[in-house]
Design a protein around this ligand. Structure first.
Ligand code: GTP
Ligand code: MG
Length: 147
């Protein structure tokens, strides 16, 4: 069973979209494993977005992601990385398909509401970056066999 790291960014929190976004993942039948409401530190932001270091949008991205509270989560399910990336939609809201989170609620690329891991390697690194192993809650998700 696969896990992914998802984080509602400061714009999503300020827009009051935590419930709306979480509800989509719940209704999809995914299993919530961990959640944390937090202001991302500069150090954590740098390691989270290390792959973008040096790009023109890197510094504004760090400023944005640390500008207010975010809602960090771990979700689990078969193909959860690809499924949640599809539900989130393309980086730029203009390219995102209708029905995706970014198409439905975002306007600008730099205010695109939510982060989702893009590969199993990214997911493992990002989960370990934000959560300690004991914060990942192990429990039976009783409806799994119906999903
Ligand atoms: P995340 O889930 O946040 O990682 O988004 P993503 O995987 O869809 O995009 P990517 O990892 O390529 O970029 C990370 C973030 O940097 C994006 O979510 C955008 O907010 C921002 N970003 C990426 N490309 C651009 C760009 O060309 N211009 C600007 N202004 N921001 C960008
Ligand atoms: Mg990315």
């Amino acid at each position: 069973m696969e896990r992914t790291f998802l984080m509602i960014k400061p714009d999503g929190v300020q827009r009051g979209l935590i419930g709306e976004i979480m509800s989509r993942f719940e209704r999809k039948g995914l299993k919530l494993v961990a959640a944390k409401f937090m202001v991302v530190s500069k150090e954590l932001a740098e390691s989270h977005y290390a792959e973008h270091k040096g790009k023109p949008f890197y510094e504004p991205l760090l400023t944005f992601i640390t500008a207010g509270p975010s809602f960090a989560m771990v979700w689990q399910g078969d193909n959860v990385i690809a499924l949640t990336r599809a539900m989130i939609g393309k980086t730029d809201a203009v390219d995102a398909s209708p029905g995706t989170i970014r198409s439905d609620f975002a306007v600008h690329t730099n205010l695109n509401l939510i982060h989702g891991s893009d590969s199993p390697e990214s997911a493992a690194r990002e989960i370990a970056n934000f959560f300690s192993p004991e914060q990942l809650v192990d429990y039976e998700h009783t409806i799994q066999r119906w999903i």
